[in-house]
Design a protein around this ligand. Structure first.
Ligand SMILES: NC(=O)c1ccc[n+]([C@@H]2O[C@H](COP(=O)([O-])OP(=O)(O)OC[C@H]3O[C@@H](n4cnc5c(N)ncnc54)[C@H](OP(=O)(O)O)[C@@H]3O)[C@@H](O)[C@H]2O)c1
Length: 339
């Protein structure tokens, strides 16, 4: 019989944790024992996994005894405190928060781009899952970079509220209902109304005027692609979409890359689906990406304002490829090659 693994899902009751359970089941990950962990608010509640009810336990220092793989999505504070605890107990942590991403001893992995980095897990027992907007962008950029060497990326994002978690999904739903009925809205999650609005503000503002989300895209892209020659600038925007992040990406390459060649490269790239048939009004949209694991790329055009430039539109489900699917893909490689 092939090996099975004891798996803990930390933050199992959240938007990402929920998807984590679905993806583990769908991909038939060889789970032996499953431990679901969350805060004391959810202690004793039940979640379904493969048709069975599993009780949610409170996250404590003793939660990781006998666990082989711990999937974390309970916020940076919990990851900072509990990943080392889990690693000490013998588990390998795959962390969805930003807590460990830029640690030089922690690999930051997108399986379609740098699966070889997983080998570095043994330094701290932690592997970081990148930011959701970064994951889908690098999946699309990797085949283009390999062919034409990307020098510069200018990206603007259109990010769904599910990227902020379950409370933000509820806020958009409630605000939309209130606004359609002509009633005033209450803003609890975001500083302004998100219903029928756009907020050029994701995560906190930093001293350089960028948001932390924008700087994550800058720094994480370089670490994952393993090329400090790639310069990135980002504007990240929250839009009133429930699920699925979209990105307008402009790249400048060292070698000339035609739109036709880019389409050919992307059509053959792992994890990518090319949707680029404007004659039939076909291009990627978040409503089509929901529940899917692929990154959709379209609207490919040569940038006529520079010599070697290209514009792309990139869409993926932020809770799936942007979080849960990417983490489970990492777990699959870890289980098959390293554990
Ligand atoms: N949403 C995305 O697209 C996305 C993408 C990539 C990464 N991430 C990252 O994934 C993490 C979770 O995001 P989310 O969107 O799933 O948020 P969420 O829906 O708000 O869920 C948060 C989860 O964390 C748990 N939690 C909160 N405080 C806790 C504590 N003190 N002890 C134990 N568990 C605690 C919650 O448990 P209770 O139900 O008991 O409160 C819940 O299960 C964040 O670090 C986020 O940055 C999110």
């Amino acid at each position: 019989m092939s090996r099975t693994f004891n798996v803990a899902v930390v933050g199992a009751t959240g938007a990402v944790g929920n998807q984590m359970l679905e993806v583990l089941a769908e991909r038939n990950f060889p789970v032996n024992q499953l431990r679901l962990l969350a805060s004391e608010r959810s202690e004793g509640s039940f979640l379904e996994f493969r048709g069975e009810e599993v009780m949610v336990e409170r996250l404590t220092q003793d939660s990781f005894k006998g666990i082989d793989i711990a999937l974390f999505s309970a916020g940076g504070g919990r990851s900072l405190e509990f990943c080392p605890v889990a690693a000490k107990a013998g588990a390998v942590c795959i962390d969805n928060s930003s807590a460990w991403r830029m640690d030089p001893d922690v690999p930051l992995v997108v399986p379609e781009v740098n699966p070889q980095a997983i080998a570095g897990y043994s330094a701290k027992g932690i592997i970081a899952n990148p930011n959701c907007s970064t994951i889908q962008m690098v999946v699309a950029l990797k085949p283009l970079h390999d062919f034409a060497r990307i020098k510069r990326v200018v990206v603007s994002t259109y990010q769904a509220v599910s990227g902020t978690g379950q409370k933000a999904i509820d806020e958009l739903r409630i605000q939309s209902g209130e606004l359609l009925n002509g009633r005033p809205v209450e803003c609890k999650v975001y500083p302004h109304q998100i219903g029928f609005n756009c907020l050029p503000h994701i995560d906190v503002f930093l001293d350089n005027g960028y948001t932390r989300e924008e700087m994550k895209m800058v720094q994480e892209t370089v670490k994952i692609m393993g090329d400090s020659g790639i310069r990135v600038t980002a504007t990240t925007v929250r839009v009133p979409v429930f699920y699925g992040h979209s990105e307008s990406v402009n790249i400048e390459t060292e070698v000339k890359l035609s739109a036709a060649k880019a389409r050919e490269l992307l059509a053959a790239a792992p994890g990518v689906e090319l949707v680029d048939d404007v004659a039939n009004n076909l291009y990627p949209m978040p409503i089509d990406a929901v529940g899917q694991d692929l990154t959709y790329v379209g609207r490919i055009r040569e940038d006529e304002s520079i010599d070697n430039g290209l514009n792309l539109w990139v869409v993926a489900d932020n809770l799936r490829k942007g979080a849960a699917t990417n983490a489970v893909q990492i777990a699959e490689i870890l289980a098959a090659r390293y554990l």
